[in-house]
Design a protein around this ligand. Structure first.
Ligand SMILES: [Zn+2]
Length: 101
């Protein structure tokens, strides 16, 4: 049911209050070890700016890897991105770094 899922996603994002980019957030194991929630996503991105964890599609992950100037791994499992700003707090992912879980 892709439509229902999209609706839920929109509802969640629509009600979300934009967090402030304060920085200094530290990723917790829970935020990167849990299975990905959204269908079609391959990797998590943790933002140290606002503390939010988002999920990226393969295309999005490859874009971030390009910005981070790292060769993307064959399998995104056991990796996550860390950024200084994200689509939630800054409208775009900033200074992504690919890290091993
Ligand atoms: Zn953020």
């Amino acid at each position: 049911m892709p439509h229902k899922k999209l609706k839920i996603k929109q509802d969640v994002l629509g009600k979300m209050v934009k967090p402030k980019t304060t920085g200094g957030f530290v990723v917790t194991p829970d935020q990167i070890n849990n299975p990905l929630f959204y269908e079609g996503t391959v990797i998590r991105c943790f933002c140290v700016g606002c503390g939010y964890s988002t999920e990226l599609s393969d295309g999005g992950a490859k874009k971030l890897a390009k910005i981070a100037t790292v060769k993307h791994p064959i399998n995104w499992n056991s990796y996550y991105f860390e950024t200084k700003g994200c689509i939630v707090c800054s409208g775009a992912y900033q200074d992504p770094v690919l890290k091993k879980i």
